[in-house]
Design a protein around this ligand. Structure first.
Ligand SMILES: *Cc1c(COP(=O)(O)O)cnc(C)c1O
Length: 428
């Protein structure tokens, strides 16, 4: 272990841990928003990741290539637009543990979820249900319900919602297995998160996939809170598809182009799909025929020529991840989040409870915190933090999410957060 786990509560310990951190140099590659004359303590990378400094120039380069080369930039640009999505694809495959042919950056998360369900949710009279979690992100819930209705089924009978069964609102592996044992033969699709957005729980994608496949279900994952947060080894999980966004831990800017994974075994799938010309086989795309021949692999689900101005920030960000290494980032993240949890549990006098699982393997960067006290205590703490330039996020009705990310956060940031909590809790 490169990172210390012999935590102490004094600030000197945090500063020493930061000074010894081999990844500390990455922080200067990001723009940290100011707070007065200082910098924010930004602990909100789970919601919107910070801007890499290199992003601005990458965008200017594309604008200049457009200005100077216009249509020729497709071939002669510094990063030629024609093969552009390929530059992104290879680094993305590295980040999510997939083969390059299994991933593509396109559209937005919810749009990709629909495209994947068009191909991978094929309900029959016997098998028409989708298993999701009761507290799934609303967009996922809406997408699933609308797909069920689109096929002429009724969410009342075709949507199976998995209830949290653990005290803090997390879901045990056993609960997933029970749901599969009970409903498996009518479940067409299992759609679960890699990291649950409210609780921060990491799910075991490989064992879920194995159990669901054993019951004949198709398996898709929403990795919105997983990609760039924890290593996911998507190919190895064996899941059928996955979707995610890049504006959270992916640091690619608001509404960034999203990601999509289709397992190699479906590379030449003849499943139905919604097609567009950019999914057509590259070698004959420009013959402009009317017979759709999909490019093998995830590329075959593309619809349109890619938005270069939106891909440039993703290219920059993936380059940083490649240099840092997701496994090394995870090692730092384990220490950062364990330190934050330790400070909260030992230094805040019980002001906060942690809803996120304790086991390191069952959580990523984020800790979801409940404020003990009256109904409005949570908001009051949240406002106290904001006034001090400490940025987390608030999820109704009672959760503060705090996510130290290993790319740009420091042990000192965790320390500052807890000092502010103590200050808020003291006079009460
Ligand atoms: C962030 C998030 C979304 C957001 O969807 P967009 O299409 O990117 O707006 C959807 N689902 C989950 C689980 C998320 O965490």
């Amino acid at each position: 272990m490169t990172y210390p786990h012999d935590f102490r509560a004094d600030r000197a310990w945090a500063l020493a841990a930061d000074a010894a951190d081999p990844l500390a140099g990455l922080r200067v590659e990001f723009l940290i928003p100011p707070h007065g004359d200082a910098e924010q303590v930004y602990l909100c990378g789970n919601s919107l990741g910070l801007q890499p400094r290199a992003t601005r120039q990458a965008l200017i380069d594309e604008l200049d290539d457009w200005g100077n080369l216009a249509v020729e930039a497709h071939f002669r640009g510094r990063h030629p637009w024609m093969p552009y999505h390929g530059f992104v694809r290879d680094d993305l495959a590295g980040l999510v543990g997939a083969l390059p042919s299994e991933v593509v950056a396109m559209n937005s998360l919810s749009a990709n979820l629909h495209l994947m369900m068009v191909s991978f949710y094929r309900p029959t009279r016997e098998r028409h249900a989708i298993l999701i979690e009761r507290r799934a992100f609303p967009s996922d819930h809406y997408a699933v319900e609308s797909q069920i209705r689109f096929h002429g089924y009724d969410p009342a009978t075709s949507l199976i919602a998995l209830d949290p069964d653990e005290p803090n609102g997390t879901i045990s592996d056993a609960a997933i297995e029970r749901a599969l044992a009970k409903h498996g033969d009518r479940i067409a699709l299992v759609l679960l998160p890699g990291v649950q957005y409210l609780t921060g729980q990491v799910l075991d994608l490989k064992s879920i996939t194995r159990a669901a496949h054993a019951r004949g279900c198709v398996v898709g994952f929403d990795l919105a809170h997983a990609v760039g947060n924890v290593p996911v080894d998507l190919h190895d999980t064996g899941c059928d598809f996955a979707v995610w966004c890049h504006y959270k831990y992916g640091n690619s800017g608001p509404g960034a182009v999203a990601g999509c994974f289709v397992h190699e075994r479906h590379a030449r799938s003849d499943r139905p799909r919604f097609a567009g010309w950019w999914g057509h086989d590259q070698s004959t795309r420009f013959q402009m025929g009317s017979q759709f021949v999909p490019t093998p692999g995830a590329d075959g689900w593309q619809l349109s020529n890619p938005p270069i101005l939106a891909l440039a920030p993703l290219r920059v960000s993936l380059e940083i991840f490649k240099r840092a290494g997701i496994d090394r980032l995870r090692e730092k993240s384990l220490a950062l989040t364990a330190y934050l949890a330790w400070l909260i549990e030992t230094q805040t006098g019980g002001a906060l409870s942690i809803a996120t699982p304790r086991e390191p393997a069952r959580r990523g960067c984020q800790l979801s915190l409940r404020v003990n006290g009256p109904r409005d205590a949570g908001r009051s703490l949240f406002e106290h933090l904001n006034a001090r330039g400490i940025v987390g996020d608030w999820r109704e009705p009672d959760t503060i999410r705090i996510a130290p990310t290993p790319l740009y956060n420091r042990f000192a940031d965790c320390h500052a957060f807890v000092e502010a909590v103590k200050e808020w809790a003291a006079p009460r």
